[in-house]
Write a protein that binds this ligand. Sequence first.
Ligand SMILES: *[C@@H]1O[C@H](CO)[C@@H](O)[C@H](O)[C@H]1NC(C)=O
Ligand SMILES: *[C@@H]1O[C@H](CO)[C@@H](O)[C@H](O)[C@H]1NC(C)=O
Length: 286
Amino acid sequence: MAQKNTKISLMTSFILLVTLFLFPRISVCWGTTTFLYSGCTQQRYTPSSPYESNLNSLLTSLVNSATYSSYNNFTVVGSTPQDVVYGLFQCRGDLAMPECATCVARAVTRAGDICRGTCGGAVQLDGCFVKYDNATFLGAEDKAVVLKKCGPSVGYNPDAMGSRDAVLAGLAGSGGVFRVGGSGGVRGVAQCTGDLSSGECQDCVAEAIAKLKGDCGTADYGDMFLGKCYARYSTGGAHDDASKAHGKSGNQGQKTFAIIIGSLAGVAILIIFLAFLTKICGRQGK
Ligand SMILES: *[C@@H]1O[C@H](CO)[C@@H](O)[C@H](O)[C@H]1NC(C)=O
Ligand SMILES: *[C@@H]1O[C@H](CO)[C@@H](O)[C@H](O)[C@H]1NC(C)=O
């Protein structure tokens, strides 16, 4: 009897351990560095100009700052007014600090490749947003649609659409820069960049949600990215874009995940082996 209890409590602590380790990992693993969109300005800077060195120091500041903050803005002033460069980054509100820094570093690298030589650029990955320009955009609301993606229409399913609308209404109603919601199989997320006032954030998110409902109709997932905010939902099933892309990217989070699984499997085998030994020893004792 006592032996059975020990085994049960061992199993319970094992399951608890697995749960504790896996849950935060799963949310973080879900497509953190999946590429969503980019944009570059028409204007180009002169190579090896003061602007280029200011831009490089701005990008370095963004990456460094992401190790301790989920939002920041920078203005690098040059010797002349035309060399000034503005920039910001915003991580998804549920990212832990190391993942935020990893994401921003990837976004900056991506921007450097895609927007080589242009004065301004913006890159949105699943987990973070980076933008810089020589014209200031900090603190200004921007509701231009930059990315709209609707999943396949599932036909009108009153239950799914009812949950979807309820989740979106929840997102619109809850304040804050980062908003998540869920009901049934439906998941929703909305986020503003940290430079908006709460009123501007509310206005931007409300518009993204209205557009999402209007444009994506009965689609089983929808993504609506405006200049300074976004709203997304998925009704479960088919929205595996992010996880598919994530499978290809093989990022750091996934490796950590595999290591943890591996170690836990090792611990499990050890526990089972020890339990087995105890049982045999117990029998011999009798
Ligand atoms: C940004 O840089 C481009 C190219 O040097 C220049 O034409 C433009 O006027 C600049 N914009 C601002 C706001 O300084
Ligand atoms: C930019 O950052 C500074 C401090 O780092 C902060 O005081 C300011 O409010 C920020 N501006 C915007 C528009 O977010």
